[in-house]
Design a protein around this ligand. Structure first.
Ligand SMILES: CC(=O)SCCNC(=O)CCNC(=O)[C@H](O)C(C)(C)COP(=O)(O)OP(=O)(O)OC[C@H]1O[C@@H](n2cnc3c(N)ncnc32)[C@H](O)[C@@H]1OP(=O)(O)O
Ligand SMILES: O=C([O-])CC(=O)C(=O)O
Ligand SMILES: [Mg+2]
Length: 299
């Protein structure tokens, strides 16, 4: 398995692949991933220019460990195959497929990636895939999409196009996204891949943004697509385990391992009942803390 499949992705920041001011140094804001967009942020008559600028950015800029995902144009456009060739030739880490509805969409993109990896001498399997779900049909087919390829590290809800398809709109309350969010996180977990929430486009409403991120964090998402560096500290604050939770998780892991030796199955840690069912969750908190660079313990 490509080890990058499971990497930390709390923040996946969109930027227009054609804008020098955005692509030159987005790593200074420390998002976990950047998503260089060739799709909706790029005007129809600028697609070639954006692809050209994308290729040179990928080749020449050191993004300092920040994952480089490229959002290609939809499979119903004349652009997507050339988008993949330029992104793979440039050495991107992953392709984001917009408006994914069927497992065949993933397979078609995978086949083009494979050809491009061969043509440009990129190791087979290096380029990962993520799929954005942007329609009612995509939500219904989510599990089939999740299981379509070994290269697929995750799926993402894209609320703008999805609510248009549902014949509603983004309200800021999240009520219109409830079913899709629930469906996607369940499908992703069933397939053991990651799941990401949609962008929040009102940059003047940071309180609403925080509430939105708190909700999707509690629902089990791995992170969120974002559009602006000002959104990064809020997502990282919510998605990075707090020290008191890390310390508790350590105690749980150590106590479970110790009590197991002694033949004890259920016991109390800091007033809370603990048994083996809590082991994986505690381990996950520690792994997340390590990946986020905030782990100070000894496990
Ligand atoms: C529904 C969809 O399809 S979403 C996906 C497509 N949309 C996008 O890609 C939009 C990405 N975001 C942006 O382009 C911008 O954030 C905008 C247009 C929304 C707002 O732009 P601004 O008003 O300039 O934002 P703001 O004033 O907060 O910018 C502050 C700094 O952050 C930089 N910045 C803003 N957004 C980004 C970004 N997404 N990536 C990298 N840097 C960014 C700006 O260049 C600016 O840098 P500077 O101080 O060196 O000049
Ligand atoms: O992926 C996203 O969140 C942005 C997007 O394309 C949409 O909302 O339609
Ligand atoms: Mg969209």
């Amino acid at each position: 398995m490509n080890p990058n499949k499971k990497r930390l992705r709390r923040t996946m920041m969109f930027l227009n692949a054609q804008k020098p001011g955005l692509i030159k140094d987005p790593y200074i804001y420390k998002p976990d991933s950047i998503m260089l967009d060739l799709e909706d942020a790029v005007a129809e008559n600028q697609k070639d220019a954006a692809r050209f600028s994308l290729y040179h950015a990928l080749q020449e800029i050191d993004y300092r460990g920040c994952e480089r995902v490229v959002r290609i144009n939809g499979l119903d456009t004349p652009y997507w195959k050339e988008d993949i060739r330029c992104a793979v030739a440039g050495g991107c880490d992953a392709i984001r497929i917009p408006k994914t509805e069927r497992p065949e969409d993933i397979k078609a993109v995978e086949a083009e990636i494979q050809i491009a990896e061969e043509d440009f001498g990129i190791p087979q399997g290096r380029t990962l895939i993520m799929a954005a779900i942007e329609s009612a049909r995509g939500v219904v087919k989510a599990l089939d999409v999740c299981e379509a390829s070994d290269r697929l590290f995750g799926i993402a809800l894209s609320g703008g196009d999805y609510t248009k398809d549902l014949q509603t709109y983004i309200t800021g309350t999240g009520v219109e996204l409830m079913g899709a969010r629930q469906n996607l996180i369940i499908a992703a977990r069933a397939a053991k891949i990651q799941c990401f929430d949609t962008v929040y486009t009102d940059l003047n409403d940071m309180e609403g943004f925080r509430r939105d991120v708190e909700t999707i964090h509690l629902m089990g998402f791995d992170g969120k697509s974002i559009i602006n560096p000002r959104q990064i500290p809020i997502v990282h604050d919510i998605f990075t385990p707090a020290q008191k939770n890390i310390i508790f998780a350590e105690k749980v892991v150590m106590e479970i391992e110790d009590k197991r030796e002694k033949g004890i199955g259920v016991f109390i840690v800091d007033g809370k009942m603990i048994d083996i069912a809590f082991y994986d969750g505690a381990k996950r908190t520690i792994e997340l803390a390590k990946a986020s660079g905030v782990y100070k313990g000894g496990l």
